[in-house]
Ligand binder design. Sequence first.
Ligand code: CP3
Length: 344
Amino acid sequence: MANSRRKVMDVLRGEVVNPPPIWLMRQAGRYLPEYRETRALAKNFLDLCYSPDLAVEVTLQPIRRYGFDAAILFSDILVVPDALHRNVRFSEGHGPQMDPISADEIGALKPVGFLGHLQPVFETVRRLRKELPDETTLLGFCGAPWTVATYMIAGHGTPDQAPARLFGYQHPEVFEHLLAVLAELSAEYLVAQIDAGADALQIFDSWAGVLGEDEFERYCVKPVARIIASVKAQRPSAKTIAFAKGAGLMLTDYRRKTGADAIGLDWTVPLSFAAELQKDGPVQGNLDPMRVVAGGNALAEGVDAILAALGNGPLIFNLGHGITPQADPENVAALVARVRGSGT
Ligand code: CP3
């Protein structure tokens, strides 16, 4: 149905909406003083993700402030390994940590009580759909199997995912088994988010950009295609956005091969290439988050270039990756105003 009240959904159906709808990856986060205040009420970061009262509150904060066209469920991609009993911790200043998984443990992986562990997330989604304005799209999400696996193998974040790349060469079958298990569970997780009230789903493959061509096909394209096929087989009207950060030229066939409705673009994707990709369907992105930190002309010029190149096709305006803690909330207000045509 065209021209519903939810503009992000219209774009996901291939409509051109002018001005384009806007939301920002990591829009609920540390750059907002009200986030930091709510965050202090939780024992730790995972407790924030699993407390529906607090998770609903932080999801709504950027919607109240800026009236974004989409709200993204407040959670984390690493609740999936947490639900697989990998002892996930977020300690201040260290980023995420978990018990590194061995080849033997991957073979024995038994997802006991997986969806049960994630019930607080579904409760958050249910409450959000009731509390959000009718015109705000509610996005659910998960991490793509490759990106989640990089943390599971190393036990923490690394700059180039060398541990997971090495593991893939040393144990190719075990690694593909891990990706297949994660794909199957991620599909279940996303279907449950749709059933709880999510309108559309984003799959974050934040570490796609460290892989060669063959590995990109096997680790990124194939598992994401598997998730989307499974979700669509179970919930045919569900819409998906696939974001393979750093994938560059490998984005050429990514939409067709994965079955994603829209593809997310990071800021290194040239706008001329983005416009080519947009001929096949909706794109989302791709402002450099550092332009939001810089503000002023750097922000205005970045916005204008994206609108000039992509504004006449199906576009969901977003950053090319998550907003960073040092962004000034005033600059976000200026960004939204400029995209909506009322900025200076
Ligand atoms: O507002 C939103 O976008 C929704 C919430 C959201 C978070 N993480 C909250 C969060 C989403 C969609 C994510 C996705 C996520 N988490 C990704 C994929 C997207 C991306 O940014 O690449 C990844 C790789 C993770 C894993 C993760 N979570 C890392 C590496 C970190 C530590 C780095 C950091 O920014 O601190 C997190 C923690 C995290 N997830 C925070 C937030 C708001 C900060 C933690 C805090 O408040 O102390």
